[in-house]
Design a protein around this ligand. Structure first.
Ligand code: NAP
Length: 311
């Protein structure tokens, strides 16, 4: 670490609902927090077209718009938002040392809100046809599939919600799910099942994305009968869950077997002065409102931690 390192009372890694809610609370406690945005300003929520279950917005709110409102509110009270990504952390002693794409920080407290990333199917063709039919983001890529045939993989809230969104563009959407029961909530299930453009293929997995320069079909396998079929499609949107973005902290923070950072009720990690919130630490709820709540709690506790130290 050089003498030029930025010395801050609180560094927040990530700019999703957890990070920006933490920033709001820390800024109001006059800690002048710095938020490193990571690669996706606003986090995964910013990629969601409409969020219908964040309280205070009875008609729904755009994911990117909600992120901007969070950011503006945090900045209004003195948060500094940097378009930068941490790529190395040293949590062995305080102040914690963080190296980023463009500089270095020494932080008295750290709040980890690095979120999660979409899980891949790991089937042939998935990587090679990425951006040429394969996508993990309907809001980003849905409009490329006007009047096209699209497959959506998964049986959770994301798959059904995004399938309904893609019907704005696509001529048909086929949801492929490996079981018969869905994880998705009842309202989404009903909306998807009632939608005239949506069909379901159940008890089925995708074993290959087929195509040369662009996707042409998906190879499917019925898990009950073993029967293989080809389904013609121009696009495939994969929503089979998420994995936490916590590799940076491996060996430094205690995590569960899936890589979620372990915290106590006060959002404290295994290292005193390091707090975690949002999807990086939450395998259970993963909602905008719960992530924002965890972020606020982490900042309140970090403030108390610094106050206790200064007597
Ligand atoms: P999820 O709930 O973990 O669902 C993942 C789905 O993908 C499951 O149906 C799972 O099948 C399937 N799957 C997993 N691995 C697979 C594989 N290798 N091949 C085929 N299918 C596979 O993930 P999510 O839908 O992204 O949701 C994540 C969290 O965000 C949830 O807590 C959800 O409630 C929340 N969320 C909420 C909303 C909302 O409230 N509007 C919107 C989006 C997300 P099985 O069911 O067989 O395991």
């Amino acid at each position: 670490m050089t003498d030029n390192a930025n010395k801050v009372k609180m560094l927040i890694l990530g700019s999703g609902p957890a990070g920006l809610a933490a920033a709001l609370y820390a800024a109001r406690a006059e800690l002048a927090p710095v938020v490193l945005t990571g690669t996706q300003l606003g986090g995964q929520a910013a990629l969601t077209f409409t969020i219908e279950n964040y309280p205070g917005f009875p008609d729904g709110v755009g994911g990117a718009q909600l992120g901007e409102l969070f950011q503006r509110q945090a900045e209004h009270f003195g948060t500094r938002v940097e378009f930068d990504t941490a790529n190395k952390v040293d949590l062995s002693a305080r102040p914690f040392k963080v190296t980023t794409d463009v500089g270095e920080y020494e932080a008295e407290t750290l709040i980890v809100t690095t979120g999660a990333s979409p899980i891949h199917l790991n089937v042939p063709g998935e990587d090679t046809l990425l951006g040429r039919g394969v996508s993990y983001c309907a809001t980003c890529d849905g409009a490329f599939f006007k009047e096209k045939k699209v497959i959506v993989v998964g049986g959770g809230d994301s798959a059904l919600e995004e399938a309904i969104f893609i019907t704005r563009y696509a001529s048909s959407v086929t949801i492929i799910h490996r079981r018969e029961e869905f994880r998705a909530g009842a309202i989404l299930q009903k909306r998807a099942k009632d939608h005239p453009k949506i069909q379901f293929v159940l008890n089925t997995v995708v074993t290959e994305v087929v195509g040369k320069d662009k996707m042409e079909a998906a190879r499917l396998k019925n898990v009950a009968t073993g029967e293989e079929t080809l389904l013609d499609a121009d696009g495939i949107f994969i929503f089979v869950g998420h994995t936490p973005n916590t590799q940076l902290f491996e060996g430094q923070l205690k995590m569960d077997s899936h890589g979620y950072i372990e915290t106590d009720m006060l959002m404290q990690t295994s290292v005193a002065g390091v707090f975690a919130a949002g999807e990086a630490a939450d395998p259970h709820f993963r909602q905008v409102v719960t992530s924002a709540g965890m972020g606020a709690a982490a900042a309140i506790q970090a403030t108390r931690f610094l106050e206790a130290e200064s007597g």
